[in-house]
Design a protein around this ligand. Structure first.
Ligand code: ATP
Ligand code: MG
Length: 269
């Protein structure tokens, strides 16, 4: 188990970067009586892509969902501990959850574009959040978001086509563009490439690298290669515990914990 000493020791080198974008302190998550996450503390920084790895059922998605309160939609789920965004407790009463989910966007395993035009997929969020004054401002947001998501050139001549008519990889980039359109601070991605072929996967990985530094990015992945390629920090979860968290290169070449070593060498999971 990671203690707060080891976590802060690990982040000393990063201390001059200032406060983390998100901080979880002693977070536990229950489904009914069953504890799925046990006392997890972690800092998430804009400067790094953070990968969550670990065997199936260890709680990666559960913990990820606590970061933008997506677990609120699961009636049996209960969260203990504190999660802060820029120092503000996101579970405090009075928190505007719709606003929170714009600040902390999410991209799911299966691309889920709205059954609407490509343009409307992007424009929907900015419209409900009142981010554009008129049509030309909205056009600019749509173009900028699609460009940032590396999709503009492929769709600029067919913005009125349905988002669902795109290929899987394009749909996933559309979903990333949709998350970007509302100007988020954090983007959570839960196995965003698991339904994609290697070429589409490579495009998403390139995109994640380009977005790093602009948004705090957390990616859940079952692929160690992917974690090694895209992340600078890796958190290894096992049976609801955060076993080890540190520099990705250290986790993969010189893990401190035997359970991490066993996982990355394919002994279980
Ligand atoms: N909606 C739910 N209701 C009850 N239990 C749940 C629910 N979602 C997850 N769990 C349980 O919580 C634990 C963690 O599940 P979670 O989906 O977070 O794991 P995971 O690490 O994301 O796994 P995978 O790699 O397979 O996606 C598991 O034991 C799972 O059965
Ligand atoms: Mg999962």
């Amino acid at each position: 188990m990671v203690t707060s000493e080891t976590l802060s020791a690990d982040t000393t080198a990063a201390q001059d970067l200032g406060e983390p974008k998100m901080r979880a302190t002693d977070v536990s998550v229950f489904y009914g009586d069953k504890k799925a996450i046990d006392n997890v503390s972690i800092d998430i920084r804009t400067e790094h892509v953070t990968a969550f790895i670990g065997p199936s059922g260890c709680g990666k998605s559960t913990f990820l969902r606590t970061l933008n309160r997506m677990n609120d939609t699961i009636s049996s789920a209960r969260v203990e501990g504190v999660i802060e965004l820029d120092g503000e407790d996101i579970y405090q009463s009075g928190m505007d959850v719709v606003q929170l989910r714009a600040r902390v966007g999410m991209v799911f395993q299966k691309p889920n574009p709205f059954p609407k035009s490509i343009y409307e997929n992007i424009a929907y969020g900015p419209r409900i959040h009142g981010l554009a004054e008129g049509k030309s401002e909205m056009d600019a947001i749509v173009e900028r978001s699609l460009k940032r998501a590396g999709l503009w050139d492929e769709v600029k001549d067919r913005l009125d086509d349905s988002g669902t008519a795109l290929s899987g990889g394009q749909q996933q980039r559309l979903c990333i563009a949709r998350a970007i359109a509302v100007d988020p601070e954090v983007i959570l991605m839960d196995e965003p490439c698991s339904a994609l072929d290697p070429i589409a996967t490579a495009k998403i990985e390139e995109l994640i690298d380009e977005l790093r530094g602009r948004y705090a990015i957390v990616i859940v992945t079952h692929s160690m290669q992917q974690a090694a390629r895209v992340s600078q920090r890796t958190a290894f979860f096992h049976l609801g515990n955060l076993v080890e968290y540190g520099h990705t290169s250290d986790i993969f070449t010189n893990p401190r914990e035997k359970r991490t070593q066993d996982y990355i060498t394919g002994r279980y999971g």
